[in-house]
Design a protein around this ligand. Structure first.
Ligand SMILES: *[C@@H]1O[C@H](CO)[C@@H](O)[C@H](O)[C@H]1NC(C)=O
Ligand SMILES: *[C@@H]1O[C@H](CO)[C@@H](O)[C@H](O)[C@H]1NC(C)=O
Ligand SMILES: *[C@@H]1O[C@H](CO)[C@@H](O)[C@H](O)[C@H]1NC(C)=O
Ligand SMILES: *[C@@H]1O[C@H](CO)[C@@H](O)[C@H](O)[C@H]1NC(C)=O
Ligand SMILES: *[C@@H]1O[C@H](CO)[C@@H](O)[C@H](O)[C@H]1NC(C)=O
Ligand SMILES: *[C@@H]1O[C@H](CO)[C@@H](O)[C@H](O)[C@H]1NC(C)=O
Ligand SMILES: *[C@@H]1O[C@H](CO)[C@@H](O)[C@H](O)[C@H]1NC(C)=O
Ligand SMILES: *[C@@H]1O[C@H](CO)[C@@H](O)[C@H](O)[C@H]1NC(C)=O
Ligand SMILES: *[C@@H]1O[C@H](CO)[C@@H](O)[C@H](O)[C@H]1NC(C)=O
Ligand SMILES: *[C@@H]1O[C@H](CO)[C@@H](O)[C@H](O)[C@H]1NC(C)=O
Ligand SMILES: *[C@@H]1O[C@H](CO)[C@@H](O)[C@H](O)[C@H]1NC(C)=O
Length: 529
């Protein structure tokens, strides 16, 4: 059954389907570095927005006027000189659903430092959640580098992080997310994403880039620039249909052109090498999109074999006419270099054709180390409530080198937030209900801020809380009974410094502080004793 992912069966059983509905619903399209509040409809028909609601670190720049960007999105960018890790949060995705995420980079000498030369490449790491997606390696200041990954959302938000590796300041020009159908890219699972090495459209005679609306999923299909002495273009304007089991859904406009050898019986694809900088190279999956463009007459035939390097990979292929068709690798191939050769069979009257090609590698996803989604939402709400500006971005707990300052976590799978130290953090206003969302918290230090209003009841209902330090604030009103009881029974160490309603209004508040603290400590001693 698994094998059938890659071997689309030509059979009447599979009803041909019509193309899906054209819709940008669920697209997230961010023009990084655009002025706050920007929204515009791009020529593709996609609405782009500025990045201010997806990230709160970094600084906006424009590329140098000497450079021109092909897309509207790449003329501005956001640059991250400060923290080692900076993350965009792509909100409102569906947990368990499959997405295409694309990050685009155009340096354009925005900082006047003339980086991005072959001799001084600009490099930084790109992550999806906690997982290294790739090292961005910019050696041409005028090129747009677009990297794509197919991923299954581990939560109802996805993090895309840029990590400084001391080879230049990380930056980003555009960030896009597109929902995919569940059966598309069958090698992508919750525990395995597919990072795209390249995708090519074989057949156009001049530079053209196919994306939305031709590609419903807005994948980018650059053209393959070919040697016209070796290969020639063939095309059709015929209408195409799809088998319902199609797991790649290459756009018809890509399939309507193809390359075929001028005189040879062989068609050789581009070669691609295993990267030297990936220590445990996971291999590549290749998809060859091949569809018959000619209505063959009785004595015409097109039959060919496919070799991977010099090993037979697929044999005796005959392509259906006018129907989207492909072959893919059921398993990742670990060769240090890969070339496919399509070879005409001796009894075939026509040489092989190739319409398009995709290559991707499997990326193992650490999903169990992501902080519990409820805690993430809780702490994000606290961050928003008090406008906290720290290194608070990306996953709060993982990896530990980037864990949020003042946030402590356990090592459960998923990790949970167990302590929060927001003392001396300039918090003002009321104690937010968002703290109640941190279900596993045992230690909460909100001391020495400017918190005011009542001490809310919910604090007494946080079942795991053992230490609560509210001293050095301007809180008033009564201390909830639940808190007083808990501290009396030694379940909670409670520090508060003004307690007008506690008792005895005639006492000076300073005395009350000591009294409460002493009572608490004494109670502990009594219970233990
Ligand atoms: C980086 O940190 C410095 C010093 O804290 C601050 O002045 C500056 O605004 C920060 N820059 C960005 C882009 O966050
Ligand atoms: C996306 O999620 C955020 C945070 O949960 C919410 O404030 C916003 O309204 C959502 N936007 C849409 C378009 O659903
Ligand atoms: C970065 O790109 C340059 C030019 O394409 C290449 O020579 C170099 O090997 C790349 N470096 C890495 C680490 O991939
Ligand atoms: C990843 O998920 C797939 C499909 O759910 C499963 O078959 C496979 O065993 C998993 N691999 C690992 C390493 O957990
Ligand atoms: C393709 O389909 C469209 C719409 O159904 C139709 O107008 C057009 O004539 C068809 N083209 C060909 C070449 O059959
Ligand atoms: C195919 O058949 C047609 C007539 O039906 C003939 O004119 C043509 O030469 C034949 N081509 C080949 C390659 O045999
Ligand atoms: C065609 O490719 C096959 C398989 O790689 C190879 O054995 C053969 O020599 C090639 N023929 C030509 C003419 O290049
Ligand atoms: C061509 O050869 C293949 C395998 O050798 C065979 O299955 C097929 O029927 C032949 N086709 C023709 C038209 O003779
Ligand atoms: C809590 O944060 C304050 C201010 O950043 C710091 O002085 C204190 O040492 C922290 N407490 C603990 C237990 O780490
Ligand atoms: C403390 O809070 C009060 C009211 O909530 C406000 O008026 C005052 O400006 C705040 N002080 C500081 C230093 O933030
Ligand atoms: C708040 O109280 C706790 C518990 O006694 C203590 O560990 C913490 O250091 C105190 N916070 C500050 C900023 O003194």
């Amino acid at each position: 059954m698994k094998i059938s992912w890659c071997f689309l069966v030509i059979s009447a059983i599979y009803a041909a389907t019509i193309e899906g509905q054209l819709s940008t619903q669920g697209f997230i399209s961010i023009d990084c570095g655009a002025p706050s509040g920007t929204t515009y409809l791009d020529s593709t028909g996609i609405m782009y927005v500025s990045d201010d609601s997806y990230i709160d670190t970094g600084k906006n720049y424009k590329i140098d006027q000497k450079y021109t960007s092909l897309s509207n999105q790449a003329s501005t960018l956001r640059s991250f000189p400060n923290e080692t890790r900076n993350c965009y949060t792509l909100w409102n995705v569906t947990k368990g659903a499959k997405y295409l995420v694309r990050a685009t980079f155009l340096y354009g000498n925005y900082d006047g430092k003339q980086r991005a030369q072959i001799s001084t490449p600009l490099q930084f790491n790109l992550y999806i959640d906690l997982n290294l997606w790739r090292t961005v390696n910019i050696t041409d200041a005028s090129s747009e580098y677009a990297h794509e990954v197919v991923t299954v959302a581990a939560n109802d938000f996805i993090w895309v992080c840029l990590v400084d590796i001391k080879a230049g300041t990380p930056f980003i020009s555009a960030l896009e997310l597109r929902p995919l159908r569940e059966n598309i890219y069958p090698h992508a699972f919750p525990n395995q994403s597919n990072a795209i090495l390249f995708r090519l459209n074989y057949g156009p005679t001049k530079s053209v880039t196919i994306r939305y609306p031709d590609d419903l999923y807005d994948r980018i299909w650059p053209w393959y620039q070919y040697d016209t002495t070796m290969l020639k273009s063939i095309k059709t304007t015929a209408n195409f249909t799809r088998y319902s089991a199609d797991n790649f859904e290459a756009p018809y406009s890509v399939l309507q052109t193809a390359l075929t050898p001028v005189s040879s019986s062989n068609l050789t694809t581009v070669s691609y090498d295993a990267p030297s900088n990936y220590p445990n190279f996971p291999g590549y999956y290749t998809v060859l999109h091949m569809t018959e463009l000619l209505e063959l007459s009785g004595n015409q035939s097109r039959r060919f074999n496919i070799f991977l390097n010099d090993i037979i990979w697929d044999s005796s292929l005959m392509l259906p006419y006018g129907k989207a068709y492909y072959r893919c690798d059921p398993v990742a191939q670990h060769y240090s270099s890969i070339t496919f050769t399509l070879v005409k069979m001796s009894n075939s009257s026509l040489p092989p054709i190739l319409n398009g090609m995709e290559v991707y590698w499997p990326m193992t996803m650490k999903v169990n180390q992501l902080t519990s989604a409820a805690d993430v939402k809780g702490i994000m709400a606290i961050k928003a409530d008090y406008n906290i500006v720290r290194n608070w971005n990306g996953d709060p707990c993982s990896p530990t080198i980037f864990s949020w300052h003042g946030v402590g976590c356990n090592s459960d799978e998923p990790p949970q937030i167990t302590s929060l130290n927001l003392s001396y953090s300039g918090l003002s206003g009321k104690i937010s209900f968002s703290f109640a969302n941190l279900q596993s918290i045992t230690y909460l230090d909100l001391s020495h801020n400017n918190l005011s209003g009542d001490i809310p009841d919910f604090l007494g209902e946080m079942s795991k809380l053992q230490v609560l330090n509210l001293s050095g604030n301007h809180l008033n009103g009564h201390v909830p009974d639940t808190l007083i009881k808990k501290s009396k029974y030694g379940l909670l160490q409670l520090l508060i410094d003004s307690c007008t309603a506690c008792e005895d209004k005639s006492n000076k508040s300073n005395l009350v502080i000591i009294a409460i603290t002493v009572v608490v400590v004494a109670a502990v001693a009594v219970v233990v004793g």
